[in-house]
Design a protein around this ligand. Sequence first.
Ligand SMILES: [Fe+2]
Ligand SMILES: [Fe+2]
Length: 179
Amino acid sequence: MALNSLADLYLYDLSEMLVAEKTIEQMLTTLAGKVQHEPLRQALEMHAQQTRQHIQNLQEVFQILNAQPKALTCYGLQGLRQGLDAIEEQKPSPNVRDMAILGAAEKVEHDEIAAYTTLLAQARLLREQQVIDLLHQNLRQEEEMARRIQSLTEQIGAAILGGNPAAYGYQPGTHTPQP
Ligand SMILES: [Fe+2]
Ligand SMILES: [Fe+2]
């Protein structure tokens, strides 16, 4: 597609976001079925449900703009997904897998926060208030989820250690970084 104007770029970015949200919805549902810790499963399922609303909100944005989404690849998300697959190939223990999934989920949310922040800047240039409101709804939920993931990382990490720092598995001098 030709990218000759800010409107072209805006529609390009919105299309990429729609593809990203659809992929994220699948990822969250799959990951919810893999995790051991119940509060994490609930958080992933709840956000999968919110993500279905994010998809609807973006589809509404396209209707308001009277435009069609383009079939694009979201390269940022593809990279995050491959990173998670690479960890899975190492056959992590269930606790380690949950912590790795928390790390990946945090990256996904911050990626979305960055994308919606840019989209909102574009929507403000366009001065389309309905679009601004819809994008804001999505951004607020991404920010809430990022905070929830952060606190779950601390809670679940502490639960895994069970008050025993030695359970962390770190022994001074044995984890020398490779050059
Ligand atoms: Fe989202
Ligand atoms: Fe999200």
